[in-house]
Design a protein around this ligand. Structure first.
Ligand code: CTP
Length: 415
């Protein structure tokens, strides 16, 4: 599954304190990393009684910090830098003892010293025995910390891992903590650069029937188009996604128009106009069977295979580029196996669009069906070669580019 890179470029410092829920933290690290975050881990001595620094080092891909005075260790960067380099600090599990130390401003180990030296926002996920959570001392500390601007997630009601006792004290699930981190960084949609704009996207393959059971298909997974839909939605746009058959879920909030054939795709696209931006990422079959059979084609006993007569499909991108409802900005994709850039430059002119995003789809590239993409963006002013990135990152950057160009274009036509 394609995971939205909602934490891309964010440095998260995870402080693990002593509690049985520490066993869930590798999952939390994994979920934040798959959303694009860099995660550094500090463990208290108590935490190391439940899980080892080796495990956290492996899942975070970073050295794990445990001691305040560890100047001999090669990776030691000092508590002030650890504190300063974090965009968000997550304390999970946050034990009763550690909350008390934070509230009191104690600094007698690396974790508590970093908390005192940090000015990054802090999200704490408490986990403790329900009696300890409801104890007036803990509640007093939590109130103090809330007053200091610390945010809390949980604890939840549930069975305690150690005693089977039920009550308020269980740490929130790693996924919920990762989502809380996401929400912390999320830009409200209405502040996004495409707020109020309509973005129309085609994605996936088309299926062209030969007869009721056989098809002409291609290897497009739809991942790049769906990632673009998600990125455009997050940028505030109203998004229509016209998609051929894929195994993907439409991103939440996006209007999905499912189609099978190229002709259905063209009809759905025309029906969805007007739009401010058109992104044509579908791998549309160039040809369909001219006289697709209504009944399954049977072997006729002659030993001769049937002849399939093909006819050309409409070119959706070229058709829209010359229509009177042409979106202000039109982006096409060029899936090529050789002479990628030369073909893309030619395609820009012949399709009549403003951008061609060219990618190498030769089998050695692994682009078809894979999660990464290496693209070149071809416009009237030249060719930009982008480094290899995940499809979600490519989508994010393409949408940012379109939003900036749309703004510039509107400014120039207004003025
Ligand atoms: N495209 C389209 N309708 C078609 C064929 C292609 O809208 N019938 C769009 C694709 O969505 C893509 C761009 O045109 O944005 C280029 O697709 P590609 O398959 O690379 O180009 P073709 O026109 O099919 O050229 P060729 O197969 O000759 O390389």
């Amino acid at each position: 599954m394609l995971i939205d890179q909602t934490l891309a470029g964010k440095a998260i410092l995870l402080v693990i304190t002593g509690g049985i829920a520490a066993y869930k933290t590798p999952d939390l690290v994994r979920r934040m990393r798959e959303r694009g975050a860099t995660v550094r881990v500090i463990m208290t001595e108590g935490a190391q009684g439940f899980i080892t620094p080796l495990t956290l080092g492996a899942v975070s891909g970073q050295p794990v910090f445990t001691a305040l005075w560890d100047r001999d260790a090669e990776h030691d960067i000092g508590h002030v830098r650890l504190a300063r380099e974090a965009d968000l600090i997550i304390v999970a599990p946050a034990s009763a003892d550690f909350l008390a130390k934070m509230a009191g401003g104690l600094a007698d180990d690396l974790a508590s010293t970093v908390m005192l030296a940090a000015d990054a926002p802090v999200l704490a996920a408490p986990a403790m025995n329900p009696k300890m959570w409801t104890h007036p001392a803990t509640q007093r500390n939590v109130a103090t910390l809330r007053g200091d601007g610390i945010q809390f997630i949980g604890p939840e009601v549930g069975e305690m891992a150690e005693s089977g006792e039920a009550g308020l004290g269980r740490m929130s699930e790693p996924m919920d903590i990762a989502i809380a981190a996401e929400q912390h960084f999320a830009t409200p949609r209405e502040e996004g650069p495409l707020w109020g704009k309509h973005v129309l996207i085609t994605a996936g393959p088309t299926h062209e029937p030969i007869d009721p059971v056989r098809l002409i298909v291609n290897r497009s997974s739809g991942k790049q188009g769906y990632a673009l839909a998600q990125a455009a939605h997050r940028a505030g746009a109203t998004v229509t996604l016209v998609s051929g058959p894929t195994s993907l879920e439409a991103p939440a909030g996006v209007t999905l128009k499912p189609v099978q054939t190229a002709r259905q795709m063209l009809a759905a696209v025309e029906d969805s106009l007007p739009a401010d931006i058109g992104i044509f990422a579908a791998a549309v079959a160039d040809w369909r069977v001219a006289d697709a059979s209504d009944a399954k084609i049977k072997k006729d006993g002659s030993g001769q295979p049937p002849t399939l007569r093909l006819t050309e499909n409409p070119d959706i991108l070229a058709t829209i580029a010359t229509s009177d409802k042409r979106p202000k900005l039109l982006m096409g994709f060029a899936a090529e196996t050789n002479d990628v850039e030369a073909n893309a430059i030619a395609k820009l002119a012949h399709k009549g669009c403003d951008y061609i995003v060219a990618n190498d789809v030769s089998p050695k590239s692994g682009v078809m069906g894979g999660d990464a993409n290496t693209v070149s963006v071809v416009t009237g002013s030249g060719v930009e070669r982008w480094p290899t990135m995940g499809k979600a990152d490519v989508a994010e950057k393409l949408v940012a580019r379109l939003a900036a160009d749309l703004k510039a274009d509107l400014r120039s036509t207004d003025g």
